[in-house]
Design a protein around this ligand. Structure first.
Ligand SMILES: [Zn+2]
Length: 220
């Protein structure tokens, strides 16, 4: 179901593509004080086209941490963009999904300890290279570990007029494809949220946690 992805953009028409990109909803890339904006979609629960009963249920979810259950379209999107773009949330209580530039960087770790999980910046040369924490043998990574770096606070196409000298038809098409993929990922997250509303209910339970306490005891 599409809510954010609204219309097919005619890739043969320069003006249709420029109109789509120029009129797309935008939001602050980091905070409002620096005035930097990027492509965005508003995901506040009042604004995503819920039925009255879904909306009522959505309010009962406000204290429930469900983001990890519905966020997977972001990973798919990021991977499909070769890690050069990703989606983050911004605004008070994350009411907006925004497009960010990103890149994948090596963490620099060369080896790890299979026993305790400790990472190490040096590779293992001999079997006597032991873990500094648990003193078991370390192992080299087959694939060096990496992490996604997000260029938060940078604008994307702010004040851009998509002038013909700077933007070929191919470049415009590519940018429209990117923003459509962004909108579709936001739609998928919205669908995941609605499926959550329809298929689950909030259960309240009191749990008991062990707590460390100190008290006085008469010396023997
Ligand atoms: Zn270890």
């Amino acid at each position: 179901m599409s809510h954010f992805f609204k219309k097919k953009v005619d890739r043969r028409s320069r003006s249709a593509m420029v109109e789509f990109l120029s009129n797309h909803f935008r939001y602050d890339s980091m905070s409002s004080w620096n005035g930097v904006t990027t492509y965005a979609n508003k995901i506040k629960i009042q604004n995503i086209g819920l039925t009255p009963s879904q909306l009522g249920k959505a309010f009962t979810l406000l204290d429930v941490d469900y983001w990890d259950d519905i966020r997977w379209p972001i990973d798919d999107f990021t991977e499909s963009q070769g890690d050069q773009y990703t989606i983050t949330s911004n605004g008070r209580s994350g009411g907006y999904l925004i497009l960010n530039r990103s890149c994948r960087e090596l963490t620099g770790h060369k080896s790890y300890c299979p026993s305790c999980g400790q990472l190490n910046f040096k590779s293992v040369d001999s079997s006597s290279d032991l873990c500094g924490v648990c003193h078991k043998p370390r192992r080299n990574f087959d694939v060096p570990p990496s992490r996604l770096s997000v260029y938060a606070g940078k604008d994307i196409d702010q004040h851009e007029d998509f002038h013909i000298e700077d933007w070929s038809m191919d470049a415009l098409c590519e940018r429209v494809d990117l923003i459509c993929a962004f909108d579709e990922a936001c739609d998928q997250i919205r669908s995941n949220f609605i499926a959550l509303l329809d298929d689950f209910e909030v259960v309240e339970e009191t749990i008991y946690k062990p707590v460390q306490v100190k008290f006085l005891q008469r010396a023997a």
